[in-house]
Ligand binder design. Structure first.
Ligand code: SAH
Length: 257
């Protein structure tokens, strides 16, 4: 397999989990951007119920908890992320309002129409944007909000190399108007969309990985799978630097009608 054909999907989950556990965030984003998205949600009070799906170790969940009232449930597929998530909540003295549980976003453990807000940063791609929005809708109260980030093309056309990369990694990537139409078709009023600034990818995502990669390679010295995995991560970061005018993450905020 040559370098261009390797994908993150080729590596085993344990390796991926170990690598991303060492990072505060497992996807692009920042506290400022989480707060900005939250500013469009005007219905929350102390009785509100919020779910953060694909929460990872809880970087954005803790920001939510510090800036929104109500009870927050974080849900992630990896039990190790949830263990770290609950440690983080405790360290910030948020354990009475913030609880992490292991589970899957395609089989949610909530009751119908009980949630006021569903949050998901850098994770809905695991189920697919349109499918996730449709399936999660039934768990929201009427008038409830959804706020997700999603990989998005900024232009109608783009260079072949980056197009091929995304077709391999996530063929569901699409343009902003198409994503907004999908949100509307799924039964939401599109309330706001905005592009995450580049620092969400660089300073908050790729830069912290540089040190983690060095430690990871030291620990797994001589292991070709681990070395390939790091090569893959570095390639992804290089692609971002080259092609950041063509794609990025967009926050989509919608209200259930
Ligand atoms: N929201 C976090 C993590 C984003 S990475 C952040 O922005 O930092 C994507 C997350 O989705 C990972 O933590 C991964 O474990 C989780 N995930 C993948 N498939 C999932 C599924 N089917 N259900 C729930 N979580 C899932």
């Amino acid at each position: 397999m040559n370098k261009e054909e390797t994908s993150i999907h080729d590596f085993d989950l344990e390796l991926i989990c170990e690598y991303f556990s060492a990072l505060e965030r497992q996807g692009p984003g920042s506290p400022e951007i989480t707060k900005k998205a939250l500013s469009f949600v005007d219905i929350l009070n102390d009785g509100s119920r919020i779910a953060d799906l694909g929460c990872g170790t809880g970087g954005q969940t803790m920001v939510l908890a510090q800036n929104a009232p109500g009870q927050i449930t974080g849900l992630d597929l990896f039990p190790e992320f949830i263990r770290l998530f609950n440690n983080n909540a405790k360290q910030l003295d948020l354990q009475d309002r913030v609880k992490g549980i292991a589970g899957s976003m395609d089989n949610l453990p909530f009751q119908q129409e009980k949630l006021d807000l569903i949050w998901s940063e850098g994770a809905i791609y695991n189920i697919g944007f349109e499918r996730g929005l449709k399936e999660w809708r039934e768990f929201l109260k009427p008038g409830g909000f959804v706020a997700v980030t999603e990989a998005t093309w900024f232009t109608g056309e783009r260079p072949d190399e980056i197009n091929a990369f995304w077709q391999r990694e996530y063929p569901g990537i699409d343009t902003i108007p198409n994503k907004v139409a999908q949100m509307q078709n799924a039964g939401y009023v599109p309330v706001a969309t905005f592009i995450l600034p580049e620092q969400c990818w660089t300073d908050h995502f790729y830069v912290p990985q540089v040190e983690v990669q060095k430690d990871f390679l030291k620990k797994h010295a001589g292991d070709p799978t681990a070395e390939n995995f790091i090569k893959n991560q570095r390639h992804e970061a290089e692609l971002y630097h080259t092609y950041r005018d063509y794609y990025g993450y967009v926050f989509y905020i919608g209200k259930k009608i």
